[in-house]
Design a protein around this ligand. Sequence first.
Ligand SMILES: Cc1cc2nc3c(=O)[nH]c(=O)nc-3n(C[C@H](O)[C@H](O)[C@H](O)COP(=O)(O)OP(=O)(O)OC[C@H]3O[C@@H](n4cnc5c(N)ncnc54)[C@H](O)[C@@H]3O)c2cc1C
Length: 500
Amino acid sequence: MTDVIIVGGGNAAFAAAVAASQQGASVLVLERAPEAEAGGNTRFTAGAIRFAYEGAEDLRRLMPDLTDDECARSDFGAYSEDQFFEDMYRVTEYRTDPDLCELLVKNSRATMQWMQEAGLRFQPIWGRQAFLVDGKFTFWGGLTVEAWGGGEGLVEGWTASAKKRGIEIRYGARVVSLIADDEGVHGVRVKQGGKTTEIHAKCVVLAAGGFQANVEWRTRYLGPSWDLAKVRGTRFSTGDGLRMALEIGAAPFGQWSGCHAVGWEKNAPEYGDLAVGDGFQKHSYPFGVMINAEGERFVDEGADFRNYTYAKYGREILKQPGQFAWQVFDSKVKHLLRDEYRIKQVTKVVADTLEELVQKLDGVNPGKALATLNAYNAAVMTDVPFNPNVKDGRRADLPLPKSNWANTLETGPFEAYAITCGITFTFGGLRIDTGGNVLDVDLVPIPGLYAAGEMVGGIFYHNYPGGTGLMAGAVFGKIAGTAAGAAAKGQTLRDMTADR
Ligand SMILES: Cc1cc2nc3c(=O)[nH]c(=O)nc-3n(C[C@H](O)[C@H](O)[C@H](O)COP(=O)(O)OP(=O)(O)OC[C@H]3O[C@@H](n4cnc5c(N)ncnc54)[C@H](O)[C@@H]3O)c2cc1C
């Protein structure tokens, strides 16, 4: 009999698998996707990962191949645990579960180091999270490091690390239900190659993602119009893990009507495309304006660094007539646009004047759009200097303001990009204790059942600080895997809430 079964093949699953194996447990990973599409949402990411660090020395420990020259050209700043807590509480509107948030924040740095020791490599996010000003890259928004090779690199790294430890990975293996009785969970039923079989194990860790790829559940839990959203990542996260846990009496937890959703290429396919990865996203709106079908702006594009607004603005785009918007930029900021604006698969128009541009914005009232853009231009506080590395306070003073980074749209050629809502992952999940054990509806731990990653409810509400999904997956994957591995080997764990 296997000691620990891991359901899923993304970041949380692999963190759990490696941690369980480090406890001396035999581990079997069951991944629903075929190998060519394996790795869940994790594989679609850029690999940006948020953790607390005290300064460049912490980063050099994590990335020993950073050169002196690279460090001299970079101002990495610091991101304290207090700032991480503050960001989590602020963006979730003070709803994040305090115990889960504490585990996330306090374990973030040590878990990064643990991942590095497990064989993963990291690098600073030079392009996306720092702009070159006066010869120095200044990092902003608490997000400084990404996995080497992005999401692909992360999944490859985890897979190699797991295989090195003798962990077996089965692809195309869809877990359909749990084997459970009054004593707890004893294994899973899995469908592979058209056949359903039972695999017994001492413990099961569920890391099977959210329900964002299930159109019926999206409509049921997130509400009207969510059936019209595009799925940014894997088509395999349809809520199987959540369903099978709820079926045996697990407690749901967190914001089941909430999700992470962003501005995403209007004509993107129904699900993510691994060849494009996260390239369909359009995250440079803080340097332009967004216009809906009625020719109106609908959010403060410069309310905060994009890391703190992008995950909630997808919902705002979904609410607009026709579920779309256009992002408009002038040529002064073209060099600041992220790499994702330079891919082939964009719906883009270009014009020399605003008058010409509004005529090209498909589906938009051109007269109203022009009036909106002209009113915006007139409201920009041009006497405040523009600086993309800080919240510069350069406002467009309007009833719906643009609070930072407001530049006039006056230098052609102008560019506009069409976007819709892309859903990333759902926030509702299972209730776990601080040892990763899934609780039942009476809040009693279900023996042998653990959960990690997007399946954990109670961490995110309303919004999300960029780079926290991977960190949460790693932290809670490690906790769940360690606890499951130890339980399978008949060991008891010391208190998991301690700072480690
Ligand atoms: C385009 C995109 C970009 C992103 N960028 C970032 C970023 O830069 N930084 C960041 O922190 N987060 C990012 N995220 C969010 C991040 O991907 C997730 O929060 C994180 O990867 C979730 O990890 P996970 O292991 O919980 O889920 P996943 O990686 O989605 O893994 C779930 C796994 O479960 C498997 N599965 C599902 N059902 C079953 C079943 N029945 N049986 C067996 N296996 C099953 C799936 O095949 C998959 O392998 C991004 C997401 C997307 C889509």
